[in-house]
Ligand binder design. Structure first.
Ligand code: ADP
Ligand code: XUL
Length: 544
């Protein structure tokens, strides 16, 4: 079937999967697919896409990502859309970095369409075969060094949008520069996961977008230029060359897709590659926010995203460049204990089953008597690890067994979900300089894998006191956002992003999922101070 319509492809290389979304000119999704790393590529021995090496070191093999591209594109090639895709953009899990060896850069210049990408990049394409990813938190030493270098965490936050965070790429590079000098020397290019995708598709080094470079602790958050003194501090004078290009803050074509993809998969030779952004920025793009909206993404990580025209930096939230408006910002909170932690407690307390999990959640009354902090993995905000449960403000040394053995499963599940959302509310209120449920915020737009769970979303709505909406169509915000960016890149000289999506009736594309029970909201509001007090006890007592 020969199609005449134009299509746009968004890719999302996230923690657990490589996903794709194809949209038509009216932004309707015509095709979605995903390669799941754990299920489809077990030979890389990851656990949910990542490998934990102990000592807070977490990596993913870049060759696994390359092979996932081979698989996804060979399936896309069988659809009628591929030859009419006019633009490609997308997203990557933020902060992860890929270290290209000289061989890899040569291979890209002369890709052989008779072979897969993985066949060509295996054995020496990458100087480091395990890429550090966002779940890594092994660089506290480098973080403190960087903060001391500039005069403190608040100063670094003012310069780059964030204080030093373990997963931020500058600190990861600093660790490699300090401890793995040979591998660092053999690195010709360093890309983020997002610019790794553009690099593969262009067949030459692709730039980082400014939203992504905001996750490195090395870019001037207002000018969107590398801060040379920070580059040098993290990776020596040679880092500038390894990064190659300045961050880019306009969505426009970087060049046509490499002929490899035209010959092997039947892509159109006019198909343009746009800069890729971070998964959170692409999610923001996909949600078409209006004033008073915030996005809560419940993916592998949980994140809260707001679009800000003017912004102050804080030392517990991130300020990032906005993906489609170079004069604006994206404010973000990011939690490592998101879906995988919910999944872990589902497995322990709810027989590995979300329905049982939901039954326990709804049948367990909410009470200020019990509170818990579930940092199953090293948390980002606050920087804490371990599980702490309180009964009437007293720290327990069991999982509510002594207190209420028959109900401990339900209490743990309720405390986990409430604690996750109370933390978001406390921090978002601080970020927005006031309360969140008195006019400043009017709607939560939920997305990510766990947004399929409406029982969890009801607690989110109750904690914030505002309704929760979801997109009616499409299961993956980041790859849909990527597809919108793919189209916008072709139009950005003539119209704004808002004008391009104006044709989408935003209320029509959203579905109301739940309204808050305001009695519950008042109850949660009364618990905020106690929540903060108990969290501080955890932080002080355990010296975290
Ligand atoms: P990422 O893009 O970070 O790879 P996703 O946004 O696809 O992740 O989310 C994957 C997560 O969604 C899984 O780890 C799983 O725990 C969670 N999830 C899927 N369905 C449900 C559900 N019904 N209830 C709660 N969580 C769910
Ligand atoms: C954001 C972050 C995660 C990753 C993975 O700072 O670390 O949300 O982008 O999705």
């Amino acid at each position: 079937m020969a199609l005449t319509e134009k299509y746009f492809l968004g890719l999302d290389l996230s923690t657990q999967q490589l996903k794709c979304t194809v949209i038509n000119d009216n932004h309707i999704i015509v095709y979605e697919d995903a390669v799941n790393f754990g299920r489809d590529l077990p030979e890389y021995h990851t656990n949910n896409g990542a490998i934990s090496h102990g000592n807070d070191v977490v990596t993913s093999p870049p060759l696994m990502w390359v092979q996932a591209m081979d698989m996804l594109l060979s399936r896309l090639a069988k659809t009628p859309y591929v030859s009419n895709i006019m633009g490609i953009s997308g997203a990557g899990q933020q902060h992860g970095s890929v270290y290209w060896a000289e061989k890899g850069t040569h291979v890209l210049k002369q890709l052989d369409f008779n072979k897969t990408l993985v066949e060509q990049l295996t054995d020496g394409g990458f100087a480091i075969e395990q890429s550090p990813i966002w779940q890594d938190s092994s660089t506290s030493v480098q973080c403190r060094q960087l903060e001391a270098f500039v005069g403190g965490p608040d100063i670094l936050a003012q310069m780059t949008g964030s204080k030093a965070y373990e997963r931020f790429t500058g600190n990861q590079i600093a660790k490699i520069h300090q401890y793995h000098q040979d591998q660092y020397k053999n690195t010709v290019w360093i890309t983020l996961v997002s610019s790794f995708m553009t690099t593969l598709l262009l067949g030459k080094l692709g730039p980082m977008d400014a939203a992504e470079a905001s996750g490195t602790n090395m870019m001037d958050i207002r000018k969107h230029r590398w801060l040379d003194q920070l580059l040098e501090f993290c990776g020596g004078k040679e880092l500038r060359d390894k990064l190659g290009l300045q961050p880019i803050d306009i969505v426009h074509p970087l060049g046509p897709i490499n002929t490899y993809y035209v010959q092997r998969y039947g892509f159109n030779s006019d198909c343009q590659i746009m800069p890729f952004t971070g998964d959170n920025s692409a999610t923001l793009v996909s949600m078409n926010l209006r004033h008073g909206d915030c996005v809560v993404s419940l993916g592998t990580s949980d994140t809260v995203l707001v679009s800000l025209k003017k912004a102050e930096t804080t030392t517990e939230s991130h300020l990032m460049a906005h993906p489609t408006d170079s004069s604006a910002f994206m404010g973000m909170l990011c939690y490592k204990n998101g879906s995988l932690t919910r999944q872990h407690f589902r497995d322990i307390y709810a027989e590995h089953d979300w329905d049982t999990f939901n039954d326990l959640l709804t049948s367990t009354p909410s009470t200020s008597q019990y509170m818990g902090f579930y940092y199953w993995m090293q948390e980002i905000i606050p920087f804490a690890k371990g599980i702490y449960r309180f009964n009437n403000g007293e720290l327990l040394d069991d999982d509510f067994t002594m207190d209420n053995n028959s109900k401990k499963s339900g209490i743990n599940i309720r405390c986990l979900i409430e604690s996750q959302f109370l933390s978001m509310r406390v921090r978002l209120e601080r970020m927005m300089g006031g309360t969140t449920n008195q006019g400043q915020l009017q709607r939560i737009l939920a997305t990510g894998g766990a947004s399929a769970n409406h029982t969890i979303l009801q607690v989110l709505s109750d904690v914030f006191g505002i309704p929760v909406y979801k997109k009616k169509e499409g299961s993956n915000g980041a790859s849909f956002g990527g597809a919108l960016l793919a189209k916008y890149g072709l139009l950005s000289d003539t119209i704004s992003f808002d004008d391009m999506v104006h044709q989408d009736d935003d209320d029509g594309s959203l579905q109301l999922i739940c309204e808050p029970n305001l009695l519950m909201t008042s109850d949660y509001s009364r618990r905020l101070d106690e929540y903060t007090r108990l969290e501080n006890i955890v932080l002080e007592k355990y010296g975290l």
